[in-house]
Each structure stands twice: as structure tokens, then as C-alpha cells.
Design a binder for this molecule. Structure first.
Ligand code: C2E
Ligand code: MG
Ligand code: MG
Ligand code: MG
Length: 281
């Protein structure tokens, strides 16, 4: 698998064009085995306050390293999982690990949430709302300990059952974040209809902030609009101090990106968090 990041910041994957149907089938079988054997893990990427740089939450990102294939990026295996009907099992694995980590963070004294990404089929999975509540209960977690990220393109199409699911989980108190904001190429009507709390500005915008003034106008207007709607804004993919400075100046609320930290295994996250804690005098 070759995952390429084009200069534009948009990701282009060779997978579907160049791997054969046989390769994909073999990868699906390897993934199925990895799921059954509990081989999938999570990495956690901190999301910090844009001004104080203190951690506010972490995003859970699924990881799969296969003996034969090595590290397989989620952008490669998630579409295969979705297509092969493995998403219900994958999402439950992710939720188990994410809720467990949310509980551990609390035990370690960090009042920060874990956000999980849901996919298209998850929104139609009739059992998920109940299972989210059961997991909260099982770990004795408050509802603000877990947040849910849905990509903008999914939100745009979320009518019927998908829309009902989103309204129901919001009603239960789970915060909904709009992931990859700005890449949905579509109407923003869902902002009016769905109870989201936060926009996550896609990395493609962040990476162009320093070089393209037009991108600055788009991001500035997005932050302004979000704030006027009572929403907060996360900038994804912040890699440079220049990008951070621009975002601070334009009142972006939260920052996520390699500048602060890469996605980390849980043990490394705990070390990172301990180092961020303000010293109590
Ligand atoms: P996303 O939810 O938008 O997650 C952010 C992605 O940007 C992650 O890629 C993260 O590693 C990457 N990233 C963060 N900061 C930087 C940066 O400063 N520079 C660069 N170049 N990249 C940065 P990752 O982990 O490969 O995940 C890709 C996508 O796969 C995610 O995009 C999300 O849509 C999906 N995904 C990941 N984990 C899960 C999961 O458990 N369930 C579902 N349904 N989707 C997931
Ligand atoms: Mg996300
Ligand atoms: Mg995103
Ligand atoms: Mg993304």
C-alpha cells in the first residue's frame, strides 16, 4: 500500500486503482482475522486549547499492523471493512478500547474526553445508541467523557434513520463534531437541522493557510460563522508555529496536529499528558 499525500494536502491512495480484486479479498480476510484475534489498537491524538495549549480531548484513531502487510492506513482498510460488512465489529472494538481509555484517563486525573469516529454504516446500526449508553454505564463515565465525530459528507446525507440516530445520541448528551469540515462540497443545511457542537476544519485548509490568502478568507469566515452559531472550532493538521499563530489570531478555539503531538499509543499519551500539566505551586 502506498499512501501518498499530494502537495495540495488532499490524500490520494493507490489502493483501488492498483491492487487487484484478489489482493483486496486477501486483505479483508487478514483484517477479519485481526479483528477476531483482537489485534486492532488505537492511537490517541491530543486536541489542545489554541491559546493555553492545554489538552482538552484526544481523538481515538484505529491502527492495524499486519504481519505481512506492515502498517495499513485506516483510509485504506476502513473502506474495505465497510464494503465487507466488518464495520459493526470494528466499531465495537474501537468503542471498547476508547471507553476503556476514557476511564483510564479519568483515573489518572485528566478531565479530558475521548472522541471516536463513526462511519456510514454505524449511523444505520440500530443497536449503537444503546451500546454507547451501556459502555458509559459499565465504566461509570459521564456523557461528556466521550464525543462522536462524523464526517461532513456523512452529515449531509443523514436523513431518516441516520438523522434519527444523531438526534438521539445528542439528546442523550453526547457531543457531535463535524469532521473534515469544508470537504463536503455541499449545502450547509445540516448545520441548521442537526445538533452539532463543533466544526473540525479539514487539514487541507490548515496546510494552505500560510501560503494561500484565499484559504485564510475561507477559514476566517468559517470560524466567524461557527462562533455566531454557538459552535466551537478545531483546526486539524496543524504542523507549524506559523499556522498556530494565524489560528490564534483568528480566534480558533482548539488545535490538533503534529505540532502538538502525533497520534500516540496509550502509554505514550499518558507520558505526554503528564508533561503538559501545569505545575501546581
Ligand atoms: P480524521 O478523523 O480526520 O483524523 C485525522 C487524521 O489526520 C488522522 O489520520 C491523523 O493521524 C491525521 N493527522 C493529524 N494531525 C496531522 C498533521 O499535523 N499532519 C498530517 N499530515 N496528518 C495529521 P489517520 O489516523 O490515518 O486516520 C484517517 C481517517 O480514518 C480519519 O480521519 C478518520 O476519518 C478515519 N478513522 C480513523 N480511525 C477511525 C475509527 O476508529 N473509526 C472510523 N469509522 N474511522 C476512523
Ligand atoms: Mg476524526
Ligand atoms: Mg478530520
Ligand atoms: Mg480526515
Amino acid at each position: 500500500y502506498r499512501a501518498k499525500t499530494a502537495r495540495s494536502g488532499f490524500e490520494v491512495y493507490d489502493d483501488t486503482q492498483h491492487s487487484s480484486a484478489w489482493d483486496r479479498l486477501a486483505t479483508v480476510e487478514a483484517l477479519r482475522l485481526a479483528l477476531d484475534r483482537g489485534r486492532l489498537t488505537l492511537a490517541f491524538q491530543p486536541i489542545v486549547d489554541a491559546h493555553t495549549r492545554l489538552p482538552r480531548s484526544v481523538e481515538a484513531l484505529v491502527r492495524w499492523t499486519d504481519a505481512e502487510r506492515g502498517f495499513v492506513p485506516p483510509d485504506v482498510f476502513l473502506p474495505l471493512a465497510e464494503h465487507a460488512g466488518l464495520m459493526p465489529q470494528l466499531t465495537r472494538t474501537v468503542l471498547d478500547l476508547a471507553f476503556e481509555e476514557a476511564a483510564i484517563l479519568r483515573e489518572l486525573g485528566h478531565d479530558i474526553a475521548v472522541s471516536v469516529n463513526l462511519s456510514a454504516s454505524d449511523l444505520l446500526d440500530g443497536l449503537l445508541e444503546q451500546e454507547l449508553l451501556e459502555r458509559l454505564h459499565e465504566h461509570a463515565l459521564p456523557v461528556h467523557a466521550v464525543k462522536i465525530e462524523i464526517t461532513e459528507s456523512l452529515l449531509v446525507d443523514s436523513h431518516g434513520r441516520a438523522g434519527d440516530f444523531l438526534l438521539a445520541v445528542r439528546e442523550e448528551g453526547f457531543e457531535l463534531l463535524v469532521d473534515d469540515f469544508g470537504t463536503g462540497y455541499s449545502s450547509m443545511a445540516y448545520l441548521h437541522d442537526l445538533p452539532v457542537s463543533t466544526l473540525k476544519i479539514d487539514r487541507a485548509f490548515t496546510s494552505r493557510l500560510s501560503t494561500d490568502p484565499r484559504t485564510g478568507v475561507i477559514v476566517d469566515s468559517t470560524i466567524e460563522m461557527a462562533h455566531r452559531l454557538g459552535l466551537s472550532v478545531v483546526a486539524e493538521g496543524v504542523e507549524t508555529e506559523a499556522e498556530l499563530a494565524w489560528l490564534q489570531e483568528h480566534h480558533c478555539d482548539l488545535i490538533q496536529g503534529y505540532l502538538m503531538s502525533r497520534p500516540l499509543p496509550a502509554a505514550d499519551l499518558h507520558t505526554w499528558l503528564a508533561a503538559q500539566k501545569p505545575l501546581s505551586v
